[in-house]
Write a protein that binds this ligand. Sequence first.
Ligand SMILES: Nc1ncnc2c1ncn2[C@@H]1O[C@H](COP(=O)(O)OP(=O)(O)O)[C@@H](O)[C@H]1O
Ligand SMILES: [Mg+2]
Length: 262
Amino acid sequence: MIKLENVAFKYREEEAYALDHISINFEKGKWTSIIGHNGSGKSSLVKVLMGITESYEGNIYIDGKQLNNDNMKDLRSRFAIVFQNPDNQFVGATVEDDVAFGLENMGIEREEMIERTDYALKLVDMLDFKKHEPHRLSGGQKQRIAIAGALAMKPEVLILDEATSMLDPKGRQEVLSILCDLHERLETTIIYITHDLTEIYRSDKVVVMNQGKAVAEGSIDEIYRDKELLKESNLKVPYTMELSEALLDGTYLTHEMLVDRL
Ligand SMILES: Nc1ncnc2c1ncn2[C@@H]1O[C@H](COP(=O)(O)OP(=O)(O)O)[C@@H](O)[C@H]1O
Ligand SMILES: [Mg+2]
């Protein structure tokens, strides 16, 4: 679905590459996680993908079409993104206004706007909150609204850049389980960016970033098995993993999975 070929980017000429010649394939309908410590280049990758910065080297293909000046607006309209801080994303006075905002910008007619807003709110299980004020919601609920805003656009690719990192464990779990459900039901292609290895359990593929490079890619098991790689990349092995490896037959990534097994 999305192919990066030798993509490189720097913020300033005299600086090192923030993205250092990266090649990644994001497959349609799959969940790809990108993990990496702070400053490894994850958000820069998002900026290049979303066109927040135009000055990159290398090639990007979407469904086989090379991204260029003529088609980029069209091709990128198939992506939607949810950022880290839910509080910075609200523009509407009510939840439904907020979710409808992106649609209004797209020039979608009122009737369809209402339909899509309800559809998206239902998907994240927040329809009952549509008349509420966004800033009064819990962190997890806010992020679910942000996801609804993205889903109302009916994106083929949903990108989440550390979208749970401001949430408490309950909010985190809430958002992740909504995403797992959406991924299953709608077959949305997901690009999930995180520095927290406990969040990648649903991934079909994991890409590890370090110092602007994509240093490894593989299945969850392949990545977890490579302790040296995780250490070099400054990634913390989750406690649940260490415990399950010491005591049990396999790897149990989340607290819930481990408790179930035990
Ligand atoms: N707006 C910016 N201007 C200059 N340098 C930046 C900017 N944003 C990020 N960087 C630098 O680019 C590198 C990658 O950062 P970033 O992509 O934000 O990493 P991550 O999202 O993995 O934490 C870091 O060295 C960071 O300091
Ligand atoms: Mg970032």
